[in-house]
Design a protein around this ligand. Structure first.
Ligand code: SF4
Ligand code: SF4
Length: 189
């Protein structure tokens, strides 16, 4: 972890927020006994400022601000390896997801590119029912002012049929729309 933290009893608002995040994630950080198996198996743990075990520890200590500001929640790839390996049944991936949604809701994003990527990704899934990689790259580059970023990679991939220039739509997009509507009803973005 980075800077030293002063430990004080968690405030009532932090306790309430943790309870809500745990409810949304359907799991409890209290179950964790800090064995570190989640961190050991995380494929992107090396790039995180707080390993998955440390993020869970921050929650246990009621340090919600630190958990919400951790870069780790944006680096997490939602692969669920941690949740599958946890001997205590803590759904760490779901907690990471709940933290991401809460950080977005509170506008707590230190890196604007992360927010832009997140929005571009979700808008593609909402429209087409799956990711539209070329559109995602173009939208991201446009909004972050890096028009030709990765163009040298994108064009050869298109030529080899690895990247489609047009979006592919899935069947049952009405179901996807219902999921987004439900998330909005529940206070999500
Ligand atoms: S694997 Fe489970 S019990 Fe072990 S540190 Fe991670 S969350 Fe805690
Ligand atoms: S879900 Fe996230 S935190 Fe868990 S192992 Fe995968 S990348 Fe790491």
């Amino acid at each position: 972890m980075g800077k030293a933290l002063q430990l004080l009893p968690a405030s009532a608002s932090d306790k309430a927020l943790l309870a809500r995040l745990e409810e949304e994630a359907g799991t409890s950080a209290k179950l964790c006994y800090q064995c570190g198996k989640c961190s050991a198996g995380c494929p992107v743990g090396f790039a995180m400022d707080n390993t998955p075990r440390q993020v869970i520890r921050l929650l246990q200590l009621g340090l919600l601000n630190e958990a919400l500001d951790a870069q780790s929640i944006w680096i997490c790839a939602s692969c669920e390896t941690c949740s599958a390996r946890c001997p205590r049944g803590v759904d760490i991936a779901a907690l990471m997801d709940a933290l991401r949604r809460e950080a977005l809701k509170q506008g707590r994003i230190n890196d604007k590119k992360v927010a832009v990527f997140n929005q571009a990704f979700l808008s593609g899934v909402k429209k087409f029912g799956r990711t539209y990689e070329a559109g995602l790259l173009m939208q991201h580059n446009l909004l972050t002012g890096q028009l030709f970023k990765d163009a040298e990679l994108g064009l050869p991939m298109m030529k080899r049929g690895k990247l489609s220039i047009l979006p592919e739509k899935i069947k049952g997009r009405d179901q996807i729309k219902k999921i987004f509507d439900r998330v909005k009803e529940q206070g999500g973005e």
